[in-house]
Write a protein that binds this ligand. Sequence first.
Ligand SMILES: NC(=O)c1ccc[n+]([C@@H]2O[C@H](COP(=O)([O-])OP(=O)(O)OC[C@H]3O[C@@H](n4cnc5c(N)ncnc54)[C@H](OP(=O)(O)O)[C@@H]3O)[C@@H](O)[C@H]2O)c1
Length: 253
Amino acid sequence: MAQELKRGDTVLAVGATGSIGRLVVDELLVRGYTVRALVRDAARARATLPEAVDLVKGDLAAGAGLADAVAGVDGIVLTHGGDGRTVDYEGVRNLLEALGGSRPRIVLMTSMTTSRGSDAFGGVLHWKRRAERLVRAHGAEWTIVRPGWFDNEAPGDTGVVLEQGDATAFSEHRGVARTQIAATLVAALEQEAATRVTLELFAAPGDMPADWAAAFGRLDKDDIDANAGAHDAGIVLADEPAEVLADITRLRA
Ligand SMILES: NC(=O)c1ccc[n+]([C@@H]2O[C@H](COP(=O)([O-])OP(=O)(O)OC[C@H]3O[C@@H](n4cnc5c(N)ncnc54)[C@H](OP(=O)(O)O)[C@@H]3O)[C@@H](O)[C@H]2O)c1
């Protein structure tokens, strides 16, 4: 499977009707991809998404429709949001299992502070971190993007900075525009340099990268043995629940 997607390739958008996913769909269409969306309510999605988008009805948490959604895709961009365990974690596990032997390019959006976790927001970050680990274990080439606060960028922050180490606290309120997130997620699909990389994304003064290969290429690759982003200093793999470790082992097999 090619690790650098190009116009004409088929990309599945998961979370396509969401505030980020909707922008990802627009970005994919502008760049000439064939776009498929996993949607729970086709009528509602049809009213939201452009005609060009092929809708597949399904549900991450229930595991419904996922085999049809992933059939033949070259890439998947996941920007879903849910309750933590069933959608953010089990939904990702269900989708990876539905891939069977296929290995499309995967770009997963989680959140800043995911590596360290937090009991805020119902513990959703713990489940997002565990989902990141499933994606790294699975064997498809991945990029994981952890954005800051949506649309909380300072005036004039028209560029982005790609960071690693996940050291920024929520209380710093560092933001990034939704459009900047969508552009970065789609750019990651197209760059070999973005494979096996986990990064935090914040707005910054300046312009969006003109050379995404260079922007991603400056980052370090994930720590495969630790199943973590490069320089992550948060919760270690051994401290994840036994069921998560079992899922990782099964997906690796
Ligand atoms: N707000 C912030 O500042 C911030 C910062 C960093 C990260 N985040 C994270 O960003 C994530 C997504 O944000 P967003 O604003 O795009 O979310 P959103 O607008 O709430 O959209 C969520 C998307 O997930 C889909 N979804 C939910 N449950 C599903 C299921 N069981 N099966 C299939 N699809 C399902 C929804 O589909 P339906 O249309 O069917 O509901 C929708 O498309 C959240 O998890 C949040 O934690 C937020």
